[in-house]
Design a protein around this ligand. Structure first.
Ligand code: NAD
Length: 275
């Protein structure tokens, strides 16, 4: 029951299960992050726009773990896609996080209406060259956005973090990623909670003697996805990490696979989002 990791196209690896901290208030983030690290998590996913990087940084320190044992991701917000501003935004994130590097820096959204994500990608390439972001990637990108940054720079992101859960499986996008050596990371893996009452998954969970959240997290893992469930409740944070000692098996896998539907986004469509 050791925790698995996924290897990137740049040689670095990421622990497959991490803690998401969207909508975690800054004054709660330190406790939440320390709780997760105490429970064995070694991967935390934040963003500048979450306004909790400073609390996350406090939690990393409070854990007492060497920084090198923790995989830390943060993200560049949409209004900072200009080359110089992206570099400044990165410095500001590092200062709040109280660290001198991140393991992964992501462009949070392509924000196509701004037309500047290629410029932002060039700034991330610079940060990787400088060794201050070990790996660089993107979030909420469609294939056409990925093709553009790859075509204009030759640098392939290590992953694309996108909305993905058993009733919104993003199969065409995942196939595109596989062809290009890009890993897929699932955001809102529990469907922001709406899947926790799903009758099909509830039945599976009862049969396996696991919680619904554990069954869903296990589903992501068995698909080879990197998964970052969010909770601020210590017992749930612990529960969401107890997913390494069982398998779904064929019947449960089939039942969850059958929930897929293209209309089941819970978040905005990145192509038309106006922020
Ligand atoms: P999620 O799918 O992880 O669901 C979180 C909610 O599920 C919690 O608020 C809680 O109410 C419930 N929950 C969690 N564990 C539970 C348990 N064991 N039992 C019962 N209920 C439980 O939703 P999310 O926070 O939207 O997504 C996870 C992470 O993904 C975020 O925190 C963030 O790090 C990332 N994210 C990224 C983007 C992006 O644009 N890149 C967008 C959304 C989320």
């Amino acid at each position: 029951s050791t925790q698995p990791s996924i290897q990137f196209n740049d040689g670095h690896s990421i622990p497959q299960v991490g803690l998401g901290v969207w909508q975690t208030p800054n004054d709660t983030a330190a406790m939440v992050v320390k709780t997760a690290l105490d429970a064995g998590y070694r991967h935390v996913d934040t963003a500048a726009i979450y306004e909790n990087e400073s609390g996350v940084g406090e939690g990393l320190i409070a854990s007492g773990l060497p920084r090198s044992e923790i995989f830390l991701t943060t993200k560049l917000w949409n209004d900072r896609h200009s080359f110089d501003d992206a570099l400044t935004a990165f410095d500001q994130s590092l200062a709040r996080l109280k660290t001198d590097y991140v393991d992964l820096f992501l462009i949070h959204w392509p924000s196509p209406h701004r037309g500047k994500y290629v410029e932002a990608w060039k700034a991330l390439i610079r940060l990787k060259e400088e060794g201050r972001a070990n790996s660089i990637g993107v979030s909420n990108f469609y294939p056409e956005h990925l093709e553009r940054i790859i075509g204009e720079t030759g640098v392939v992101p290590v992953l694309n973090q996108v909305e993905l859960h058993p009733d919104f499986q993003q199969k065409p996008l995942r196939e595109f990623h596989e062809k290009h050596g890009i890993k897929t990371q699932s955001w809102s893996p529990l469907g922001q909670g709406h899947l926790l009452a799903n009758p099909v998954i509830t039945e599976v969970a009862e049969r396996l003697g696991k919680s619904v959240a554990q069954v869903i997290i296990r589903w992501h893992m068995e698909k080879g996805l990197i998964v970052i469930p969010k909770s601020v409740t210590p017992s749930r944070i612990v529960e969401n990490f107890q997913v390494f000692d069982f398998e779904l098996g064929e019947a449960a896998t089939k039942a969850l696979d059958a929930l897929d539907g293209p209309g089941n986004r819970v978040g905005p469509d990145p192509m038309t989002a106006t922020f």
